[in-house]
Design a protein around this ligand. Structure first.
Ligand code: PPS
Length: 283
């Protein structure tokens, strides 16, 4: 227990994920036509949210954002009501996002079979990105050093819990009809294909001739230059410490991991993900 977080059911959670939210998820009504984007923090949530949002309005950029995205995990200080309360009043189809581990997710997510897009990012880059988020986000703690942070990531003792548990859970569900499992590294390699895949999965087509524009809109450069997306005026994220849309690279981990840390994480991956068949590109 700290001023920033506490452990619930073995998972460290920020205070902003209050007990009321966890309680509400037990009975929160999922709709079959909901679209849920599920991610471990810093795996590409904002990027994929942007793609889904643009697809949801027929790729008409002037209408982008009309629908709103319901991130149910936390109540920010400036919110008048809980996101799940707001979401319950929304018309279908709703766009929902969460970083919750299966233990805390809205229970009906499995039984109601909404469309679920899961994005996974290799653990090393995911860890570095989350490290910077800890520095800039006022709602979670800042670690004194990279080494101290690395140990917490290794131990699965960060807010949001273990990278391994979450990714293994959704990888094991990747063949369910209602699940689309994507990798950040594949999205980086070929954004157009990722957009088409998401579009086909959701049944929200990209109008003829529009794909290039959507790719441009969702590219790293244009998202970084978008103050709303880059949280430039956020009261929670101090972008002077680290921009929200930071580097967007595959392989940045090499600037932080020591050889020993890299080898230790490889070994842990081997143990935790053994036999799963899930692999990542690290460069
Ligand atoms: S959060 O706080 O959990 O919602 O963060 P999340 O959006 O999941 O992850 C943030 C990282 O995604 C990178 N990002 C992108 N990468 C490539 N292309 C695009 N368009 C893009 N948009 C965001 C962002 O820069 C963070 O990664 P790092 O490595 O920190 O740069």
């Amino acid at each position: 227990m700290s001023e920033f977080d506490r452990i619930v059911d073995g998972i460290r959670l920020p205070w902003a994920t209050s007990d009321e939210i966890l309680e509400a998820m037990k009975t929160f009504q999922i709709r079959e036509d909901d679209v849920w984007l599920v991610t471990y923090p810093k795996a590409g949530t904002t990027w994929t949210t942007e793609i889904i949002t643009v697809l949801s309005c027929g790729c008409d950029f002037t209408k982008r954002g009309e629908k709103g995205v319901n991130f149910v995990d936390i109540k920010r200080p400036n919110m008048l009501e809980f996101a799940h309360v707001t979401a319950a009043k929304k018309t279908s189809p709703r766009i929902m996002t969460t970083h919750m581990q299966s233990r805390h997710m809205a229970r009906e997510i499995i039984t109601k079979k909404p469309k679920i897009v899961y994005v996974a990012r290799n653990p090393k880059d995911n860890a570095v990105s989350f490290y910077y988020f800890h520095k800039s986000n006022k709602l979670i703690k800042t670690f004194d050093s990279w080494d101290e942070y690395f140990q917490a990531f290794y131990d699965g003792d960060l807010v949001g819990g273990s990278w391994f548990d979450m990714n293994l859970y959704w990888w094991n569900r990747r063949n369910d009809d209602n699940v689309l499992f994507l990798k950040y590294e594949d999205m980086k390699e070929d954004l157009a294909s990722a957009i088409v895949k998401i579009s086909e999965f959701l049944g929200w087509p990209v109008p003829e001739g529009k794909l290039e524009e959507v790719v441009k809109h969702c590219s790293f450069g244009s998202m970084k230059n978008n103050p709303k997306i880059n949280r430039t005026n956020s009261k929670i994220i101090d972008v002077s410490i680290s921009p929200f849309v930071r580097k967007g690279l595959v392989g940045d981990w090499k600037n932080y991991f020591t050889v020993n840390q890299s080898e230790a994480l490889d070994k842990l991956y081997e143990e935790k993900m053994k036999g799963s068949g899930l692999t990542f590109r690290y460069t």
